[in-house]
Write a new protein. Structure first.
Length: 203
């Protein structure tokens, strides 16, 4: 389709989705960005492009996509979160936290916003505030595997090993076959001297 019409924005968006499902983030980002340029009024594709740009450490470009969405939809929570993360990528942590807090005000029930805020608070050295944010995330969504892993990583970094293990095991109870969960538990077991315990997770 795009060989026939290179400016066919919807085809480029769908090609980006296909690359994403194939686990090819570089090509997915390229097509999402092209689609976003061709479809400036499509909020979803702007956010997809911004998310991939951020993952590729192109924070300034990601910020531009978030700003474009917010100029049309000032209360778009996903755009607010993207802007906050982009600002963090630009080392403006104070502004990043402000944007995340505003996103939470817009939708207090969105667990990932709290996890993002926790990561930013941790980067600012505010461990207690980070812990409260991570705990709030898993309280809001007890079945969110990534949230429990994030809380566990926080506890691990803080030296609260029993709490970390509990959070990691909670994540595994949600999906015992998840590779990231098992890899995390294997690394945690090895780091804490439980070599025998790591074996089941490595298997």
């Amino acid at each position: 389709a795009i060989e026939i019409d290179p400016t066919f924005g919807d085809a480029r968006r769908k090609l980006g989705e296909t690359y994403a499902r194939l686990g090819d983030p570089n090509n997915a980002m390229r097509e999402y960005v092209r689609a976003a340029d061709l479809l400036p009024d499509d909020v979803d594709v702007q956010l997809q492009a911004g998310t991939y740009l951020l993952a590729a450490n192109r924070a300034e470009d990601a910020k531009a996509r978030a700003d474009a969405v917010l100029s049309r939809q000032p209360n778009n929570v996903q755009a607010q979160v993207l802007l906050g993360n982009a600002l963090a990528g630009l080392n403006d942590l104070e502004s990043a936290v402000t944007e995340l807090e505003q996103a939470i005000q817009l939708d207090p029930s969105r667990a990932p916003s709290y996890a993002n805020l926790g990561a930013l608070e941790l980067a600012r050295g505010r461990r207690d505030a980070a812990e409260q944010a991570f705990k709030r995330a898993v309280t809001l969504d007890p079945k969110w595997l990534v949230g429990h892993l994030a809380l566990g990583q926080h506890y691990w970094a803080a030296g609260k090993l029993e709490n970390a293990k509990e959070a990691f095991l909670k994540a595994r109870s949600l999906n015992a076959e998840d590779p990231l969960v098992n890899r995390t538990l294997a690394l945690f077991s090895l780091a804490t001297g439980d070599v025998a315990g790591a074996e089941q997770y490595l298997k």
